[in-house]
Every structure is written in structure tokens, then in C-alpha cells.
Design a protein around this ligand. Structure first.
Ligand SMILES: [Zn+2]
Length: 210
């Protein structure tokens, strides 16, 4: 029998999994529109019909323009299409164009993108989706779970939001398996080395070619 390529095996594993957890790291930030579109389209095709959830550290909001289900995405670092008060006088969040003069209706300060770049980041913006995510994650226990960790580096937010919790999830779930695909940091810790595959390749290109 011919040996399967990594991509073929990944697709087969996703197909067989009951749940699919996807993490998008820093490799998914600052993408050219075409590269982003191609990669998100391929991801959407891969995940179609699956019970999945995506955690992304990207703040460019491109994922929300893709065919991926917005109800299955959480972006804890925020997204540039949502706005908050620069002074954080309120936890209110506004959508693009919702406030024509771009000033906080409460205090008159400038409205700025609701991302971690804000001096006083309002976390309410992503909290609803984050709660959905943690509830979803709790339901993966003892289920056949495939984890796709794509393009995660060693930044503190990537470690806290993706790498560490994903490793923990795979460690504690006997039916879990993980792919860690990253151009720079695909290393896998010893604790999960029998349940995870390390692929040293840019994850956006990898996904785009699926
Ligand atoms: Zn304000």
C-alpha cells in the first residue's frame, strides 16, 4: 500500500474525529488577502460538517469573512472590526460604522479597535464566544478529538491561549491526537509525543494546500 502523505493522513483523522479543535497562532497574522482567503477556504472545506471550534490569536478579523462558522470561533486578542472606548469608560463594544463620529457615546473619547493593542483592552468583546469555547472544550473529554495547532510561536499569548492548554487537553484525553504545524516551533513535549505529530512547515501554506 502506498504511504499516505501527512496531509492525507490529517484529513483522514479529521474525518474520523468526533470533535476538532483548531488553534491559529501568529503565523495567521498579517497575511496577504489572497493567502488568507485560500487558507481559510481550505480550512472551511476540511471542517465542513464537523463539530469544531477555532481559537485564533489573529486580530485582523479575516476569519470572520470566511466560510467558517462565526459561532465556532473565538478571538481572545480581539478584532479590528470592533471598537471600544480608548479610556475604557464602559465595557460597551461597537461594530464598524455603528458610531458615525468615532467617539465614545458615553465620554466622547476616541473609539479604537477592540484588540490587545489597546492600552485598556475591554475583554467583554470576546467573552461570549470564549464561554462557548470553554463549554465546548469540556464536552471533548473522552471523545475522539483531533487537535490542529497551526502556526503557534512562543509569544506569551500563544503559550497561554494555545500551546499549553492544547497540550494539557491532549494529555488528559486518551482519545486525542494533535498536529503541531509550524515553520519555526513545531516541537512537541515528551508527555504527549506518542499522541502528537510535529510538522515543520508554514501552517498557512500547509492549510492552503489541503
Ligand atoms: Zn468612553
Amino acid at each position: 500500500m502506498e504511504e499516505k502523505t501527512i496531509a492525507q493522513e490529517l484529513k483522514a483523522r479529521v474525518e474520523a474525529a468526533e470533535k476538532v479543535l483548531v488553534g491559529l497562532g501568529a503565523e495567521w497574522s498579517g497575511l496577504e488577502p489572497q493567502a488568507a482567503e485560500k487558507a481559510y477556504r481550505a480550512l472551511a472545506r476540511l471542517l465542513q460538517g464537523k463539530d469544531y471550534f477555532i481559537v485564533t490569536v489573529s486580530t485582523d478579523g479575516r476569519i470572520l469573512e470566511s466560510a467558517l462558522d462565526g459561532k465556532r470561533i473565538t478571538a481572545p486578542c480581539g478584532n479590528v472590526h470592533w471598537f471600544q472606548c480608548r479610556e475604557a469608560c464602559t465595557s460597551d463594544i461597537w461594530e464598524e460604522g455603528e458610531v458615525p463620529d468615532g467617539r465614545c457615546p458615553h465620554c466622547g473619547a476616541e473609539l479604537i479597535p477592540n484588540t490587545v493593542e489597546a492600552e485598556h483592552y475591554i475583554e467583554e468583546g470576546y467573552m461570549i464566544s470564549w464561554r462557548e469555547y470553554t463549554a465546548w472544550l469540556a464536552r471533548t473529554l473522552n471523545r475522539c478529538l483531533e487537535v490542529l495547532e497551526l502556526g503557534t510561536g512562543m509569544g506569551m499569548r500563544e503559550l497561554q491561549l494555545l500551546r499549553w492548554p492544547f497540550e494539557k487537553t491532549v494529555f488528559f484525553n486518551n482519545k486525542a491526537h494533535m498536529y503541531r504545524i509550524s515553520g519555526e516551533f513545531p516541537q512537541i513535549s515528551d508527555e504527549i509525543k506518542d499522541k502528537a505529530l510535529s510538522v515543520r512547515e508554514n501552517s498557512v501554506e500547509f492549510a492552503g494546500n489541503l
